[in-house]
Ligand binder design. Structure first.
Ligand SMILES: Cc1cc2nc3c(=O)[nH]c(=O)nc-3n(C[C@H](O)[C@H](O)[C@H](O)COP(=O)(O)OP(=O)(O)OC[C@H]3O[C@@H](n4cnc5c(N)ncnc54)[C@H](O)[C@@H]3O)c2cc1C
Length: 461
C-alpha cells in the first residue's frame, strides 16, 4: 500500500521525495492547481513573483544550502539584504544597524531605549503574554514603537491577548544585550545576506518537485483531502479531485494540511473534545496585492516594513530587486502584504479598490506615487497561527489524539500550527520520512524527539 502525503507545499514535497527514496510508493495531493503552497512563484506582467517577500535565510543549515546549490547551481544567488523599516515616521535600515538607528531616530527614542536596556536586569524576567514578555525583555520603548502595533497588525488582536510563547518564536534577537551584540557585530554576516533563485523563490520548490517526480512520487493536483478514517493497519482517505470524490486506502497518511482542517476531515471519528479544540484554533489570513508599475524600478530597496497601524500594509516588496534575473526592463511589480481575516471587509474588497488603497497609503508613508497600470490580488486564508491564550492546551489535545493513530502524522507550518520558515519545514519533511517504517508504521518515540526539537525554531523575518 502506498503512503498518502496531503499538501504539496515544501514540507509535503520533501517528505514525499524522502519517502520515495526510502522505497515507499507515494501519492502526493494538493487542493491547489500548482505545487509549492505559500512558497510557490507565479507570473504577473512577465515577472516571477512570490506570495510576499520570501528569502532563503543565511542562517539555514549549511548542508541544506549545499543540497539546494546542487539542485539550482548558479541560479541560487547570494544577496545582501537591502530593506527599510518605517519607525516613528522615519526610515531606518532593516535589519537594524546601530549607526543608522542613532542617525535616523529621534534622540529621545535612542535615550529611552538605551535606558530600557540598562534597566533590563531589574525588570521581571517573564510575563504571561506576548506584551509582557517583550516589554520585560526589550523594554517599553521598543515594545510601544514596534512590537505592540505590529502584533495587532499581524494577528488582529492586541499583544496582551497573544500567548507568551509567540515571543520566543518571533523575537529572534532575544534581550537588549543580544540585540546590541547583533547591532555592533559588523564583521558577522549572519542575518545580513540571504539566498534567492534567479527565477523566483518558487524555483526552489519546482526543483524539489522535479526531483520528487524523478524519485517516483505521483503528484495529483486540484485534489483535496476531504475525509479520513484511521485504523491500526492503514487509513481510508476521501480524495476530492477534478473527476469527483473517491475513497482510497493507504498504509499511512502524512498530513501538512492545517491541523484544525485535518480534524475537520476526520470529524466523524475524532472525539468531541478534539473537534472542540480544533474549532478554537485559527489562522490569520493574508491578502497579496500586486501593482504593475510602468517604470524600470520603484525604489532600490528589496522590502519596506510597516509596523504601524497607520497603514494596512505590513510589508512591501519589489521582486525584481531580489535577484539578477531576466525580468522585463521597462516595468516592475510591487507586492503589498496585508494581514487580515478570511471573510472580513478587507478580504472581500475587489482588486481595483485594493490597488487604490495600497497606492494611496504608500504615498502617505513617504513612498513615491505608484502610477500602477494593473492590479492582481491573491488570497491566502491560513498564514499566521493565532497563539491566543489557551491555544497550547487545544493543540496538545489534538496532537495527543493524532499520536494515538498508528498511521497518521501531522507536520509542516500549518500541520504543527507554527509560523516557521522554509528551512525549518524542509528539515521537518526529511525528519518525518525517517520515522515511517517500511510497513508504514510510525515510530512515535523517534517522532516525539524530533517534534521537541522543532519547538525551539525561531522565525526569521
Ligand atoms: C508572506 C510570507 C512570507 C514568508 N517569507 C518567508 C521567508 O522569507 N523565508 C522563509 O524561509 N519562509 C518564509 N515564509 C514561510 C514559508 O512560505 C513556509 O514556511 C512554507 O511554505 C511552509 O510550507 P508547508 O509545506 O509547511 O505549508 P504550505 O506552504 O502552506 O503548504 C501546504 C499545502 O497544503 C495544501 N492543502 C491545504 N489543505 C489541503 C487539503 N485539505 N487537501 C489537499 N491539500 C491541502 C495547500 O494548498 C498548500 O499547498 C513566508 C510565508 C509567507 C506567507
Amino acid at each position: 500500500m502506498s503512503v498518502l502525503v496531503a499538501g504539496a507545499g515544501p514540507t509535503g514535497l520533501i517528505a514525499a521525495k524522502a519517502l520515495a527514496d526510502r522505497g515507499h510508493e507515494v501519492l502526493l495531493i494538493d487542493k491547489a492547481a500548482a505545487v509549492g503552497g505559500m512558497s510557490a512563484s507565479f507570473e504577473i506582467a512577465g515577472q516571477r513573483v512570490d506570495f510576499g517577500s520570501h528569502r532563503l535565510h543565511g542562517r539555514a543549515d549549511p548542508e541544506l544550502l549545499s543540497e539546494l546549490r546542487e539542485l539550482l547551481g548558479e541560479d541560487l544567488q547570494r544577496r545582501d539584504r537591502n530593506g527599510r523599516i518605517r519607525l516613528l515616521g522615519r526610515w531606518v535600515a532593516f535589519p537594524l544597524q546601530i549607526g543608522d538607528l542613532l542617525r535616523g531616530l529621534p534622540r529621545w527614542f535612542a535615550v529611552r531605549a538605551a535606558l530600557d536596556a540598562a534597566l533590563s536586569p531589574f525588570r521581571r524576567a517573564k510575563g504571561s503574554n506576548f506584551a509582557q514578555d517583550v516589554r520585560a525583555g526589550l523594554g517599553p520603548t521598543v515594545f510601544n514603537a514596534f512590537y505592540a502595533p505590529y502584533a495587532k497588525k499581524l494577528w488582529g488582536v492586541p499583544a496582551e491577548e497573544i500567548d507568551a510563547s509567540m515571543a520566543k518564536r518571533r523575537v529572534s534577537a532575544g534581550g537588549p544585550l543580544e540585540i546590541l551584540r547583533r547591532l555592533v557585530s559588523v564583521r558577522s554576516e549572519e542575518g545580513k545576506s540571504f539566498y534567492y533563485p534567479r527565477f523566483g523563490y518558487g524555483q526552489i520548490i519546482d526543483a524539489i518537485a522535479d526531483s520528487a517526480t524523478r524519485s517516483g512520487v505521483e503528484i495529483c493536483l486540484s485534489t483535496r483531502l476531504d475525509g479520513l478514517t484511521c485504523s491500526d493497519d492503514g487509513v481510508d482517505a476521501v480524495l476530492c479531485g477534478p473527476n469527483g470524490s473517491e475513497t482510497r486506502r493507504f498504509s499511512t497518511c502524512v498530513s501538512t494540511v492545517a491541523v484544525q482542517h485535518l480534524v475537520d476531515a476526520a470529524m466523524p471519528t475524532a472525539p468531541s473534545e478534539v473537534v472542540d479544540a480544533a474549532s478554537r484554533l485559527d489562522h490569520r489570513g493574508m491578502l497579496l496585492v500586486y501593482l504593475v508599475i510602468p517604470r524600470p524600478q520603484y525604489t532600490p530597496f528589496d522590502a519596506h516594513y510597516f509596523p504601524g497601524q497607520d497603514t494596512v500594509v505590513a510589508r512591501l516588496s519589489e521582486p525584481k530587486n531580489y535577484r539578477d534575473g531576466d525580468d522585463p526592463a521597462e516595468s516592475t511589480v510591487l507586492c503589498a502584504e496585508i494581514p487580515c481575516d478570511e471573510g472580513g471587509d478587507l478580504w472581500e474588497m475587489n482588486s481595483e479598490s485594493l490597488g487604490g488603497l495600497v497606492s494611496r497609503q504608500l504615498v502617505e508613508q513617504g513612498l513615491p506615487v505608484t502610477g500602477h497600470v494593473g492590479t492582481e490580488v491573491r488570497r491566502l486564508p491560513s498564514v499566521y497561527p493565532k497563539y491566543r491564550h489557551g491555544y497550547q492546551a487545544d493543540l496538545d489535545c489534538i496532537e495527543t489524539w493524532v499520536n494515538e493513530q498508528p498511521r497518521l502524522v501531522t507536520v509542516g507550518r500549518l500541520g504543527l500550527f507554527v509560523p516557521d520558515n522554509l528551512h525549518h519545514v524542509i528539515e521537518m519533511g526529511n525528519a518525518v520520512a525517517r520515522v515511517i517504517n517500511s510497513d508504514g508504521h510510525i515510530d512515535r518515540q523517534a517522532w516525539r524527539l524530533r517534534r521537541e526539537e522543532f519547538r525551539s525554531n525561531v522565525v526569521e523575518d
